[in-house]
Design a protein. Structure first.
Length: 253
């Protein structure tokens, strides 16, 4: 056993606690909030100026459920920070209800929005692959996090990482037009234009473990690989002609 006053490593294992942990998870949660509020806020202001605030009903339900998730995340982080663990565990059951709703509503909303659009561009239809892949990446990690409640160091990393996986829409609204003007078309440019913000948050989470433990947690490593793999899938699908044909047929166009 080796102690340094901040973390403890036993037999070379990952140290479960560090005195910076509470501040890190609070900061990560605030970063997620900042990205989503800024991205969707910017989008709503732009739409308001153009008179384009008429959404299908499912968009409002989607927004309510996903907002509920990040509110729950912030509440849970706050409860751990104030050591109200019993209430934290009780509220965790709400996450088990919200997550299936999110998994269904994410793809369903993408389908409905494209279906009711009179003349969607091909890029909008192809982008559904990115949206589906995002939900696959985040949903699996979040489900693993809910199942890992008896392993706190893994649980909290999986919950943060899974929610980071949901930040692409926020980053996309803020960064995509500028990055597209810089990089243009192609698999690598599309990946960077779509996912660079989310990827930086994923790397920052792993970097925190390296700084505080000199190693990364297995939960971070596995979830990072899964999220990046899902991002690569979404990038690949965007450029597949057969996928565009499927999405065109699915949405009735």
């Amino acid at each position: 056993m080796q102690g340094n006053g901040t973390a403890t490593t036993i037999s070379g294992r990952f140290a479960p606690f560090h005195r910076w942990d509470r501040s890190f998870f609070l900061t990560a949660t605030l970063a997620i909030w900042a990205v989503l509020v800024a991205g969707f806020g910017y989008d709503l202001v732009t739409r308001a100026r153009l008179g384009m605030l008429d959404f299908p009903w499912i968009v409002h339900v989607h927004a309510l459920v996903y907002t509920g998730w990040i509110v729950l995340l912030a509440t849970q982080v706050g409860l751990v920070r104030t050591r109200r663990l019993a209430l934290h565990r009780r509220l965790g059951r709400l996450g088990a209800l919200l997550l299936p709703a999110m998994i269904v509503l994410g793809p369903a909303t993408a389908i409905v929005v494209r279906t009711v659009a009179p003349h969607p561009m091909w890029q909008e239809l192809a982008f559904m692959g990115t949206q589906f892949a995002n939900m696959l990446g985040a949903g699996v990690v979040l489900a693993a996090g809910l199942l890992a409640v008896k392993h706190p160091s893994a649980h909290k990393r999986l919950m943060i990482m899974g929610t980071i996986g949901l930040t692409e829409p926020g980053f996309g609204r803020l960064l995509f037009p500028t990055l597209y003007a810089w990089f243009g078309e192609g698999y690598v440019p599309y990946y960077l234009e779509t996912y660079v913000g989310t990827l930086l948050l994923v790397l920052a989470a792993g970097g925190y473990d390296l700084v505080t433990r000199r190693r990364v947690h297995p939960a971070w490593a596995l979830s990072a690989l899964w999220i990046v793999a899902s991002q690569c899938l979404g990038t690949w699908l965007f450029y597949q002609p057969w996928w565009l044909r499927w999405m065109t047929a699915l949405t009735g166009h």
